[in-house]
Design a protein around this ligand. Structure first.
Ligand SMILES: [Zn+2]
Length: 319
């Protein structure tokens, strides 16, 4: 018998991150392969199986892989091991992912929503270590949110966790979901773009005057904000303040005390932190606020596959 390991896989619309993770959390091997979602799940799973067999053989069979966890961006049937709905993986619905991969590799396979697994990864090995409960936010092209209580994913319905579509403003801007005033109309990629478009004419001196709204990203606005541009700083203050209101609602409702902010936009955390904290201080009930800790995610892109490996370890242990 070799060293006990678990495989974590994070399937995205573009790439799949695969990692071999030891029982104690050391990452022994990791690789990235393209998803090619339009080739269908059968093709992707065959390539995952090939890649994993190769990774295990490099270690001269000293590794004893006990199970596989997979993070998938979408609404899943985790019991049946299939996707119900995933906009980035069209045509993958109802395909038996866990059964197919399990038959190919002869080991148990488990799936879970990717945002939940990123939270689990941070809880295990990142900024959530030692937290009794946590709320993980992922800020990217969309916004994800997941709550863990004692290391367990908290959800009462499989499609719960739509933090990005928490309504902040009753008659706000129209969101990609069709409703109005969602958090995503402020803090996501298109939220930053919208604020830029709406405020540009009021800042004729801005160093961002020559940009087209369609080419503006949160990263670009962050660069200008760091250089002191008034418009860019206003956008970040508004985004941070709005995010703070949404997080305050979650804290007041659940009492969650560790807040972890991850995803691409979290790279600009030094610009968001102050308005977020000011908003929390104003909006969270005093008795709860004193115990709240807000921090940036620590694992970056790796959180997903690390959480997936932990899901596999926990699930194997339970069965
Ligand atoms: Zn929405």
């Amino acid at each position: 018998m070799g060293m006990k390991v678990f495989t974590g896989i994070d399937i995205g619309g573009t790439n799949m991150n695969i990692g071999l993770v030891a029982e104690q959390g050391q990452v022994l091997h990791e690789t990235v392969i393209p998803t090619c979602p339009s080739n269908g799940p059968e093709d992707a799973l065959s390539r995952i199986a090939g890649s994993l067999s190769q990774m295990l053989s490099v270690h001269h069979e000293n590794l004893d892989c006990r199970g596989i966890g997979i993070g998938i961006p979408g609404l899943l049937d985790t019991e049946k091991g299939c996707i119900i709905e995933a906009s980035n993986l069209p045509g993958w619905q109802h395909y038996p992912i866990t059964d197919t991969l399990s038959a190919k590799l002869n080991m148990p396979v488990f799936i879970e929503n990717d945002a939940n697994l990123a939270a689990l990864g941070e809880y295990w090995l990142g900024s959530g270590q030692g937290a009794g409960n946590l709320f993980m936010i992922t800020l990217g092209s969309g916004i994800g949110g997941a709550i863990l209580d004692g290391g367990k994913i908290l959800k009462l319905h499989p499609s719960a966790g739509e933090f990005g579509h928490m309504i902040i403003e009753r008659s706000g801007a129209v969101c990609t979901c069709g409703r109005r005033g969602c958090l995503e109309t402020y803090v996501s990629k298109h939220g930053f773009e919208r604020m830029f478009r709406e405020k540009l004419s009021r800042y004729p001196q801005s160093s961002m005057q020559h940009y087209e709204a369609g080419s503006v990203t949160p990263q670009l606005i962050a660069i200008h904000a760091a250089k002191g541009d008034g418009l860019a700083n206003l956008i970040f203050r508004e985004a941070g303040d709005t995010l703070g209101i949404a997080v305050s609602n979650v804290i007041n409702l659940t009492g969650v005390s560790r807040i972890i902010v991850g995803g691409g936009i979290a790279n600009a955390w030094d610009l968001l932190q102050e308005p977020v904290m000011r908003s929390l201080e104003k909006n969270v009930f005093r008795s709860i606020f004193n115990g709240v800790k807000v921090c940036k995610a620590a694992l970056g892109e790796k959180a997903g596959f690390m959480g997936a490996a932990r899901l596999a370890a926990d699930s194997v242990m339970k069965s």
